[in-house]
Design a protein around this ligand. Structure first.
Ligand code: RAM
Length: 745
C-alpha cells in the first residue's frame, strides 16, 4: 500500500450528481523518461479515471460496493504509457452505492451526502526521481453530460453537453469551479481482494418489433445485467427513452417486478452522430422498450453490454438432455448477473443486496462454475467487519444497507437466522472445499466462531434453535405468493440442523487451524445433534413436520444415527413420489434434496425430481423460456402472467443450487480433499441420460470426466492432472485409484 499524500476532495458544485474532476500538470524535467507511473484512486461514489482523455482501465463502477464504514477499496492502475510532458488526470464521478438509492425502503445517500475523490499518481523517472500528483485544492470540477444517475433508476445523458476535451491538456471553461478538501480516513483504504467490474460481453438484438401498444421492443435473447450502447443520429434535443425488463407480459414490457426501480435511461441527441453508454447505472433485462428513435428504428445500432465482476469460468457441464443443459446455462448467467461486486439476491429491482442466505445456499455451485475465490473473500471481509460491529450478528445483507436505511422494513429486527447468518461459515467452507486454500478459514475463523457463539446464546433450554424469527425454507413452493416464509418445514428443525452443520464445520476449521476452540464447538455440535434426535426424530425415521426439506437437511448434514437414517431416506423418497416428483423445497432444502436422495439409495427419485418439467420444478422455468434462474419456482405462471407476489425476480441464483449436485453426481466430479488435490470420480448415470461431461480448471490443473451409456455399457474417459490422485467409482466395478493422465474405462 502506498504512503498516502493525497487529500479527499469534493467539488464545490455537485453538477447534477455526476461531476468531473481534473488536474493538469507538467512532468518534472531533467529526470529522463518516465519509468513507471501508477495511479491509485478511489471515490465516495463511483468513478472512471482518464489520463489525457484515455480511460486508464476498462473497469467500471469502481470502487464497487464494500462496507464503506470499514473498508474502502482503491484501484491501482499502471498509466506509464499514457503520460505526456503536459498531462491531465481526469476523474468522472457518479452516485453509485455510496449516494444513490439503496434498498426497497426508499433510502438514498446511505453513506454520505457528498461525492468525493481520492487519487494519487506516483510517477517514477528513469533516474529514480519520484513525482506525485494528488487530489488536493488545486483541482477543478465541472459538469458532465450526465443529468441524472442512479443504479436503480437509470441515467440521463444530454449529448449536447458532452465535452470532448475536459480531460485533455489546455481545456478551460467558465462553467468549471474549485474543489474543497474533505475529511478522508486513509485507514479505511484497502486494495481489492476480488476482481474489478468490467464489460464482459456484448449481445446484439435478436428480434425487434412493435408491441400492441405501439412501442418499439427489442429482445436480446438472454436475461442479462448491464446496459445498452446506442449509436444514433437525429435532431438536436430529441430524446430517446429506454426502459428495461426481464420479461414480457401481455406482449408489453413486464416492469411490475422491478417495483420502484425505474430502470430507465434517457438520451438527448446532439444533432450529430451520438454514441450513448450509461455506465453509472446497471439494469437486469432481456427486453428493452425504445421510445423516440429518430426515423426508422435500426436494431443494429443497439447493443447490450454485459457487466459483471471479472470472473474466470472454470467449470463446464453438458449432457444428453438439452433442458438440463439450459438449466446449467441459466445458472451460469444468474451467477454473472448477480456477481456484480457483491453477491446479490437479484440485479434488477429496488433491492440488489448482498442477501446472505442466497449465497449460503449457492456458494458451492458458484465456486465450480467460476473462480469466485477472490470475489467472495473480498465480500467475507465486509461480512466480518459488519459482524464485529454487531456483536457477532451476521446481518441479513452485507454490506448492511438495511441497518443504514433504518431497519429491515417489515422483517423483524435483525437477529441471527439459520442459513442467512450461516453464510459466515458456509461460504468460507465452500471456498476451502473448492480451492483448498486454508487462508480463507484462518481469515474468517473469528467470524465463523462468533456467529456460532451468538446462536448458542439463542438456544432454548432443550438445546434446540426453535425461537425467534427465521426465514426458514424461504419460498417453499406451497407458500402463498405474499407470504414466502410460510413453509411446510418446521423452523426449529431447519435452524437446529443448520446450527449443527455450522458448529461441526467450525470445529473442523479449528482442528485444521490447530485452535483450541475445537473442543467447544465439537461439544456444541454433539449436544445439538442429540437434542435434534430427542425432539424431532422418531424411531421409525419420521422427522418433525414430515416435510421434504427436514429430511434433506437431516440426511445431508449427518444428523441421523444409522438406526434411522435409511428409514428417513425412504420416507423422503416416498414424500417426493407422493408429490408427483414436483419440487417441494425452498431456499433451505433445495441445495440438499437430490444429495439426500442419492445418499440413501434413491438416485432414480433424484433424477425424476430433477427432470420434472411441470410446475413447480427446476425445469419448468426452462420450458417457459427462462435464460436465468428464477427467484420463485413459478415467477412466471403457466398462463404466461407474472406471479402476483411482491418478490418475483427472474434472476436469482439460490434455487439453482442443484447445479452442484449435477457436477458431482451426473458429471461425477467431486473433491475428496479440499481444492481437488484428491478427487472422487463417481458419475452415477440415470434419468435416461446417454452421455454427460464435466470439466474443471482446478487449482491443480484440468480435471475432466466424460461418459456415455449405451445398452447398459458405461464408458468413461477421465483426465487427471499431474500430482493428483483420483478414486474412481463406477457402477458395476470395483473402486480403483488412478494417477495423473487419461484413463479410458
Ligand atoms: C428477498 C431477497 C432474498 C431473500 C430475502 C429474505 O427480499 O430477494 O432472495 O434472501 O428476501
Amino acid at each position: 500500500m502506498p504512503q498516502w499524500s493525497a487529500s479527499g476532495i469534493v467539488p464545490d458544485d455537485d453538477f447534477a450528481g455526476a461531476p468531473l474532476l481534473r488536474r493538469e500538470f507538467e512532468l518534472e524535467p531533467g529526470h529522463g523518461p518516465v519509468a513507471r507511473a501508477v495511479l491509485f484512486a478511489t471515490a465516495h461514489g463511483v468513478f472512471e479515471a482518464f489520463v489525457n482523455g484515455v480511460p486508464v482501465s476498462t473497469d467500471v463502477l469502481s470502487p464497487g460496493w464494500s462496507s464503506y464504514q470499514w473498508r474502502l477499496r482503491y484501484c491501482e492502475w499502471d498509466v506509464t504509457q499514457l503520460l505526456t510532458p503536459t498531462s491531465v488526470l481526469g476523474l468522472a464521478l457518479g452516485n453509485g452505492w455510496y449516494r444513490g438509492r439503496l434498498t426497497w425502503l426508499g433510502a438514498r445517500a446511505l453513506y454520505g451526502s457528498e461525492l468525493g475523490a481520492f487519487a494519487q499518481l506516483e510517477i517514477t523517472f528513469a533516474d529514480g526521481h519520484r513525482q506525485l500528483v494528488v487530489t488536493d485544492r488545486s483541482w477543478s470540477a465541472g459538469p458532465s453530460a450526465v443529468l441524472t444517475n442512479d443504479l436503480y433508476d437509470g441515467q440521463t445523458i444530454d449529448a449536447r453537453r458532452a465535452c470532448e476535451d475536459w480531460h485533455r491538456p489546455g481545456f478551460e471553461s467558465a462553467e468549471w469551479t474549485t474543489v474543497h478538501e474533505t475529511e478522508f480516513d486513509t485507514a479505511l483504504l484497502t486494495p481489492y481482494v476480488g476482481p474489478p467490474v468490467r464489460r464482459i460481453m456484448e449481445l446484439p438484438v435478436v428480434r425487434s418489433w412493435t408491441s400492441p401498444a405501439g412501442k418499439t421492443l427489442v429482445d436480446f435473447g438472454q436475461n442479462l445485467v448491464g446496459w445498452l450502447r446506442i449509436q444514433v443520429t437525429g435532431r438536436r434535443g430529441d430524446q430517446i427513452v429506454v426502459r428495461h425488463a426481464e420479461v414480457l407480459e401481455h406482449d408489453e414490457l413486464g416492469i411490475r417486478p422491478l417495483r420502484t426501480a425505474a430502470a430507465t435511461d434517457r438520451f438527448i441527441l446532439s444533432g450529430g452522430q451520438d454514441v450513448f453508454e450509461p455506465t453509472l447505472t446497471f439494469h437486469g433485462f432481456r427486453y428493452a422498450e425504445i421510445d423516440g428513435w429518430p426515423g426508422e428504428f435500426d436494431p443494429t445500432s443497439v447493443t447490450a453490454v454485459v457487466v459483471s465482476s471479472e470472473l474466470r469460468r472454470i467449470g463446464g457441464f453438458s449432457c444428453s438432455d438439452d433442458l438440463l443443459n439450459q438449466l446449467h446455462a441459466n445458472a451460469v448467467w444468474a451467477t454473472r448477473g448477480n456477481f456484480l461486486d457483491v453477491p446479490t439476491d437479484c440485479p434488477q429491482r429496488d433491492e440488489r443486496l448482498g442477501w446472505t442466505g442466497d449465497i449460503a445456499a449457492y456458494a458451492p455451485s458458484a465456486a465450480y462454475l467460476f473462480d469466485v475465490e477472490g470475489f467472495l473473500r473480498d465480500w467475507l471481509l465486509d461480512l466480518s467487519a459488519e459482524q464485529r460491529a454487531a456483536d457477532g450478528l451476521v446481518a441479513f445483507v452485507i454490506p448492511d444497507a438495511l441497518k443504514l436505511a433504518g431497519g429491515p422494513g417489515s422483517f423483524p429486527p435483525p437477529e441471527s437466522t439459520a442459513i442467512w447468518s450461516d453464510a459466515a461459515v458456509w461460504v468460507p467452507w465452500a471456498l476451502w472445499q473448492a480451492y483448498g486454500d486454508l487462508g480463507v478459514l484462518s481469515d474468517q475463523f473469528d467470524s465463523m466462531a462468533a456467529h456460532v457463539r451468538r446462536v448458542e446464546c439463542l438456544l432454548s433450554p432443550t438445546g434446540l434453535w426453535d425461537t425467534g424469527f427465521q426465514f426458514g425454507d424461504w419460498l417453499d413452493p406451497t407458500a402463498p405468493p405474499d407470504d414466502p416464509v410460510a413453509a411446510k418445514a418446521d423452523n426449529g428443525v431447519v435452524a437446529t440442523a443448520c446450527l449443527y452443520r455450522s458448529a461441526s464445520l467450525v470445529a473442523e476449521a479449528a482442528r485444521l487451524l490447530g485452535r483450541d476452540e475445537q473442543d467447544h464447538f465439537d461439544r456444541l455440535a454433539r449436544r445439538t445433534r442429540q437434542a435434534f434426535h430427542d425432539h424431532y426424530v422418531s424411531a421409525d425415521g419420521t422427522i418433525t413436520s414430515d416435510a421434504v426439506t427436514c429430511y434433506a437437511l437431516a440426511i445431508v448434514f449427518d444428523l441421523l444415527d444409522d438406526s434411522v437414517r435409511q428409514r428417513a431416506g425412504d420416507r423422503l423418497a416416498a414424500l417426493v413420489a407422493e408429490g408427483g416428483h414436483h419440487i417441494q423445497t425452498g431456499f433451505a432444502g433445495t441445495p440438499y434434496v437430490t444429495d439426500a436422495l442419492t445418499m440413501t439409495g434413491h438416485l432414480d427419485t433424484a433424477y425424476r425430481l430433477l427432470l420434472q418439467t411441470e410446475c413447480p420444478s427446476w425445469l419448468y422455468p426452462v420450458t417457459m423460456g427462462a435464460t436465468t434462474i428464477w427467484e420463485r419456482w413459478d415467477s412466471m405462471l403457466p398462463d404466461g402472467t407474472i406471479n402476483p407476489g411482491q418478490m418475483t425476480s427472474f434472476n436469482h441464483y439460490a434455487l439453482g443450487a442443484v447445479i452442484d449436485w449435477m457436477h458431482r453426481t451426473i458429471g461425477g466430479l467431486a473433491p475428496l480433499e479440499p481444492g481437488y488435490s484428491r478427487v472422487l470420480i463417481a458419475p452415477q448415470p440415470g434419468g435416461g441420460l446417454t452421455w454427460a461431461k464435466a470439466s474443471l480448471e482446478s487449482p491443480h490443473g484440468r480435471l475432466a470426466v466424460s461418459w456415455t451409456c449405451d445398452d447398459d455399457v458405461l464408458r468413461a474417459i477421465i483426465d487427471i492432472p499431474d500430482g493428483v490422485e483420483a478414486v474412481v467409482r463406477l457402477p458395476g466395478r470395483d473402486e480403483l485409484v488412478v494417477a495423473a493422465g487419461r484413463h479410458e474405462l
